[in-house]
Design a protein around this ligand. Structure first.
Ligand code: NAP
Ligand code: ZN
Ligand code: ZN
Length: 353
């Protein structure tokens, strides 16, 4: 059943760049014919939320309700909704709209559509208005962007798959990570720990590069075969020319040139970390060894569904620290100190406190 009424929402918002988040009441669009209204149960805290809240990339618009690792339960469906019903468990990631006609949309890469609508801090390109994300009690999205969750999975530890999961799964599939390969994961945070789990499950030998010696034991538990402290020059030198694939998840500017030199000839390093300052590379490092440097951003809708199904089948979920929304500012500070094991997830029930 649908009504024409706008949806009343409550959440936490950032009101100016870099300020702390605080309670915020707002309205969402009415549930349209192809929309679903979702009661949000949990939302992951991605480092991108922090970059955006600090307006570190292109200009952010405020007030901003961050959050794009959303899981919840369908509460209402529009009259033309075909694939979802009230009571279904669903997830929403970083993209909630696209033109549906361009080359990117036709190939299932909606995240590259020029008309893509992002879950927050974006204009609703298809219908007008501003988007507000998942640090809130509900969300209205077109059913095409609400992904089905296996009814048996744990919802809280599945939330991070909607961004950290797909962002690491997608480039591994694209570059055909598999058995017999040596895969490097740079940075053991939210994205990094998912990368370790996926690479391990795909049969690769996994080496984690971390700046935190406190994470060595965890890295091995998560599925790494070896851990290298990236500030230890000697250990780094031993890894030269030995990798088939490297995924770099680091959120800050760092020495990617030395990481590139770890690749074997003709192999690929993919950047997914998005620092606000540019990296430096030496052309020599690419030229000798004909190495390839690439990038990747989340994944398409169908591929995200594939990743969710793959994760449910292989028992892959995120290692989380569950927090009430009232602890969000503290959580941001800890993420900035690389002190999260390995993803904060907000329990949205806490909004009622
Ligand atoms: P995170 O949990 O903070 O993890 C980042 C990790 O990078 C840290 O835990 C730390 O790992 C390492 N690190 C941080 N500062 C460093 C420094 N100065 N030098 C070397 N290593 C450092 O963040 P996340 O949520 O995983 O996100 C990581 C990055 O990916 C962010 O920039 C985010 O915006 C971006 N992102 C991109 C996409 C995409 O589609 N491309 C999607 C989501 C997020 P160690 O302690 O192990 O060194
Ligand atoms: Zn994210
Ligand atoms: Zn398009």
């Amino acid at each position: 059943m649908t009504t024409n009424k706008t949806i009343v929402s409550k959440g936490y918002a950032v009101h100016n760049a870099g300020e702390k988040l605080s309670p915020f009441a707002f309205n969402r669009r009415a549930v349209g014919a192809s929309d679903v209204l979702i009661d949000i149960k949990y939302c992951g805290v991605c480092h991108s939320d922090i970059h955006a809240a600090k307006s570190e990339w292109h200009g952010s618009s405020f007030p901003m309700v961050p959050g794009h690792e959303i899981v919840g339960i369908v509460k209402e469906v529009g009259s033309l909704v075909k694939n979802l019903k009230v009571g279904d468990r669903v997830g929403v990631g970083t993209v909630v709209g696209s033109c549906g006609k361009c080359d990117s949309c036709m190939s299932g890469d909606q995240q590259f559509c020029n008309e893509a609508t992002w879950t927050y801090n974006s204009t609703e390109k298809q219908i007008g208005g501003t988007t507000y994300g998942g640090y809130s009690n509900n969300i209205v999205v077109d059913e095409r962007f609400a992904l089905k969750l296996d009814p048996k999975i744990d919802m809280a530890s599945t939330a991070p798959l909607l961004c950290a999961g797909i962002t690491t799964y997608s480039p591994m599939k694209r570059w055909k990570v598999g058995p017999g390969q040596k895969v490097g994961v740079v940075g053991l945070g939210g994205l990094g720990h998912m990368a370790v789990k996926f690479a391990h499950s795909m049969g690769a030998k996994v080496v984690v590069f971390t700046t935190s010696d406190s994470k060595v034991k965890d890295a091995l538990r998560l599925g790494a075969d070896e851990v290298v402290l990236s500030n230890d020059k000697k250990s780094m030198e031993k890894q030269a020319n030995s990798f088939d694939f490297i995924i770099d998840t680091v959120s800050a500017q760092h020495d990617i040139d030395s990481m590139l030199s770890m690749l074997k000839r003709d192999r690929v390093m993919v950047l997914v970390g998005l620092p606000n300052k540019p990296h430096q590379i030496n052309a020599q490092t690419l030229i000798h060894g004909r190495r390839i440097l690439s990038g990747s951003i989340v994944g398409g809708v169908e591929e995200t569904q594939e990743m969710l199904d793959y994760s449910a089948k292989h028992g892959i979920k995120s290692d989380i620290e569950l927090i009430p929304i009232q602890k969000i500012n503290e959580a941001y500070e800890r993420v900035l100190k690389s002190d999260v094991k390995y993803r904060f997830v907000i329990n949205m029930e806490s909004l009622n406190k």
